[in-house]
Design a protein around this ligand. Structure first.
Ligand code: 8YV
Length: 318
């Protein structure tokens, strides 16, 4: 029996074995390897399914060239790099991988909070460089985390997992969403600047895309102030990155723990030169267990589609 055809926009190399598993079950057109991308898409006019990821996305140019496209399967929860409006216009369903990565992304947010406040990367370098052994100065004092105030921008599934962990640190929790939630005991703040000036640590856990672009503006960062930290595990463009760099340089913002950036994988050199930041290469979901779980969701959606069954995790496209 012939295998169903799919187009893969880019490698799912972040999930070991995923590319092979797709090839085992499907007749895969690896678009990133095509010498002539447009020709490859024209030749694939009968294909109904595209597999992609947050990094590779799926733009209108692909959607519009595939007249039989019915489904875009995203390996990742955030789908801001997929042109949802064009997909909806063409009746194309989109699936993502929610929930399975909440814990690991929340864990990484906490890693960044502690790493920033307690200078973990600097301490590691201090020991490796033999500065401790040589009595060469001291690591600067850190900032207490336990008992402090944690602000969460975007109290969704990942935001809730971050808040749950904060309870173990005896923290007060405030949050900002478009609307207050009625099912949580945390303090809602309608104005983002109010949440920022209240917070010791402000974690960004909101969706990406046009609706949240530069939501964390210069004013919000200034309200956070010189003794507080911004942590971002969501999407780079949610923060006004240029303003953040300036405020970190001038000391008007205390520090930053960043897993995501405006133009990945480019990270501004000015950020790399700063001591009060901890930088990670967009790896919130990057554990063996979670990456496998994400791929399992992709596979289940593909299998459901080709079996004519309901999709597991469809995204609302309109
Ligand atoms: C990426 C992510 O999928 O799920 C998301 O939205 O950002 C990540 O899990 C992963 O980093 C590969 O791009």
């Amino acid at each position: 029996m012939s295998k169903p055809k799919i187009i893969q926009i880019g490698s799912l190399g972040g999930s070991p074995g995923a590319d092979n598993a797709l090839r085992e079950h499907f007749d895969v057109l690896p678009l990133w390897q095509a010498a002539d991308r447009d020709q490859a898409l024209r030749d694939a006019a009968d294909v109904e399914v595209v597999v992609t990821s947050a990094m590779h996305g799926c733009k209108a140019d692909v959607i519009e060239k595939l007249p039989n496209l019915k489904l875009i399967c995203n390996w990742g929860v955030g789908y801001d790099s997929i042109d949802i409006e064009t997909a909806a216009k063409h009746g194309v369903a989109v699936t993502n991988t929610p929930d399975v990565l909440n814990d690991c992304v929340a864990d990484e947010a906490w890693g960044l909070i502690i790493a920033c406040a307690r200078h973990i990367p600097q301490g590691d370098r201090f020991v490796r460089d033999n500065r401790w052994e040589n009595h060469d100065g001291m690591l600067p004092l850190g900032t207490r985390v336990s008992g402090k105030k944690l602000g969460i921008v975007g109290l969704g599934r990942i935001g809730m997992a971050i808040a749950k962990r904060a309870q173990g640190f005896d923290m007060q929790i405030g949050y900002h969403n478009r609307n207050a939630r009625t099912d949580v005991p945390y303090t809602y703040m309608e104005k983002l600047t109010d949440l920022a000036s209240w917070s010791d640590f402000l974690v960004v856990a909101t969706v990406g895309g046009a609706s949240t672009r530069k939501l964390i503006s210069r004013d919000v960062l200034k309200a956070l102030g010189p003794t507080s930290y911004i942590i971002n595990i969501a999407r780079g463009p949610v923060i006004d990155e240029a303003a953040m760099v300036e405020l970190l340089q001038s000391g008007e913002l205390g520090g930053a723990g960043l897993d995501v950036f405006e133009n990945e994988p480019k990270v501004p050199d000015a950020l790399k030169r700063l001591e009060n930041v901890v930088l990670m290469p967009h790896v919130g979901s990057a554990t063996t267990e979670t990456r496998q779980a994400m791929f399992d969701v992709v596979m289940k959606n593909l299998q459901a589609y080709f079996a004519g069954k309901a999709l597991l995790t469809p995204v609302a496209t309109s």
